[in-house]
Write a protein that binds this ligand. Structure first.
Ligand SMILES: Cc1cc2nc3c(=O)[nH]c(=O)nc-3n(C[C@H](O)[C@H](O)[C@H](O)COP(=O)(O)OP(=O)(O)OC[C@H]3O[C@@H](n4cnc5c(N)ncnc54)[C@H](O)[C@@H]3O)c2cc1C
Length: 439
């Protein structure tokens, strides 16, 4: 497979040799590992997908054996000696998303607990958990991110800690105990990789009885007494990453596993974590959009109707142009958002004041919408063949549709961005009359 450029002007201008090499390698992995595994998983029953020997584990183990889980970490957490530039990270993530949205999601939620331990964990937790996790190349560790609850989906983004009256009773509560916390309750049926994860990064509301609006964030081992899992969900899209409930029946979590305790740091942490996840998901969504565009372009270049190739018809040309435009603009904005988020995250550099929620959320909303719109248009270009279960665009369309809900619905993400714009956007105000007087 050649090092074909993806037709992006920005790539031609900006990618260095390392980024091009990593993109080429990630594209190979996407073609040879992620796509075939995802294709098989999409057709399997939920229980089969998580059985030993499933293509899910083959794909995850391959990513681990190739060291992809280390690629995005800072050097102090076991990543490359020099941290991979954000642009290069975007390039690789786009390829993984191009290969499979579900497996890319599984890969990202696996890394999330490690990232958080590297930022907030004690040295003891780093030595005991992060170091072996990062060193592992056989799939012995797998993370998930347990946020939503049956009665709290959008609430984590839409309400968070700012209006307890609207949030209602939490369904996972952490009660203080000697040397740690006791978790009681459950997370929703949509926790990605929940059915197979060894560890979960868990958000829980801390306290007892009425006083429940001080959340904590902890890494919880999932093979300890009291943890139960629901059956893997049977979803319309993203079927290549198993989702499922996690139940916690009086599960003891030692203090050392609590990365962010209840207190004023938690809301800041949650906000910044959402900036990171938003900008990362947006780059993966660009991969989904590009995958759909590729399908449509290939079809238009080969299918003959009306006496010529589809690509000769003006309506198809305009549709392809509009798809291309959306992929390119989504890519450019997502890359900018990831770079901005990483450069401004607290601690990234001395003067960093925090990543920008409105920009990260905008990247996510824009790229997810682009992925869905492009997949929708691609299906129209491919026609009836695209509706068949044997067509890749049929799967991409279902995955792109799921993206509008996964990791925050479009509306709720947009409302969250709007809140930040209205409160924090710095207007350049000037006095028109005074300016005209001086004119
Ligand atoms: C493929 C997939 C993977 C997922 N992975 C994970 C995971 O790894 N971990 C995890 O914890 N969860 C995960 N989820 C859950 C996901 O985060 C939620 O589905 C999402 O946040 C929306 O919540 P909900 O589905 O309960 O919808 P609801 O919150 O019930 O929303 C329903 C509708 O109401 C609207 N709405 C809701 N609240 C408001 C509001 N305040 N203002 C205006 N409109 C509102 C929404 O936009 C939506 O249209 C996943 C979901 C999917 C589909």
């Amino acid at each position: 497979m050649g090092d074909r450029d993806q037709g992006s002007f920005l790539d031609l201008a900006e990618l260095d040799d390392e980024a091009r090499m990593l993109r080429k390698e990630a594209h190979r992995v996407a073609v040879e590992v992620l796509r075939p595994a995802a294709w098989e998983l999409d057709r399997m029953a939920p229980a089969e997908r998580i059985a030993p020997g499933s293509p899910f584990f083959t794909a995850m183990d391959t990513l681990k054996s190739l060291g992809y889980h280390r690629m995005f970490l800072p050097p102090e957490a076991g990543g490359p000696a020099e941290r991979l530039p954000a642009l290069t990270q975007s390039v690789v993530l786009e390829e993984l998303g191009w290969g499979s949205l579900g497996l890319a999601t599984a890969f990202l939620v696996d890394m999330l607990p490690v990232m958080c331990i590297s930022n907030f964990g004690s040295q003891e937790l780093k030595d005991d958990l992060m170091v072996p996790w990062v060193a592992d190349e056989s799939g012995a560790y797998h993370g998930c991110w347990a946020v939503t609850e049956p009665d709290h989906g959008s609430d984590f983004i839409a309400v968070r800690d700012d209006d307890p009256a609207r949030y209602g009773p939490a369904q996972l509560v952490a009660e203080p105990a000697d040397g740690g916390w006791i978790l009681r309750g459950q997370k929703s049926a949509w926790v990605s990789s929940g059915p197979i994860a060894t560890h979960a990064a868990v958000h829980a509301q801390a306290g007892r009885d009425g006083d429940l609006f001080h959340s904590l964030f902890a890494v919880v081992e999932l093979d300890v007494p009291g943890v139960r899992r629901g059956p893997p969900a049977d979803m319309m899209g993203v079927r290549d990453d198993p989702q499922g409930e996690l139940f916690f029946d009086a599960v003891f979590v030692p203090d050392r596993n609590v990365l962010v305790p209840p207190g004023p740091l938690y809301p800041v942490f949650a906000d910044q974590l959402l900036c990171l996840t938003s900008s990362v998901i947006s780059t993966v969504a660009v991969g989904v959009a590009r995958a759909a565009f590729d399908e449509a372009l290939h079809h238009a270049r080969t299918r003959i109707q009306g006496g010529g190739l589809l690509s000769r018809h003006k309506n198809i040309q305009l549709t392809l142009y509009s798809m291309f435009e959306r992929v390119e603009t989504a890519r450019a904005y997502s890359r900018a958002a990831l770079a901005h988020t990483q450069a401004n995250a607290p601690g990234a550099r001395p003067e960093a004041t925090g990543a920008s929620p409105r920009h990260a959320r905008t990247a996510q909303v824009y790229a997810k919408r682009a992925a869905y719109d492009v997949a929708h248009d691609a299906l129209q270009v491919v026609g009836a063949q695209g509706l068949s279960r044997g067509a890749l665009i049929e799967k991409l369309f279902r995955d792109a549709r799921s993206l509008l809900i996964e990791d925050g619905t479009l509306e709720v993400l947009a409302l969250d961005a709007a809140r930040d714009v209205i409160d924090n956007y710095e207007l350049d105000t000037y006095d028109l009359e005074e300016m005209m007087a001086r004119w």
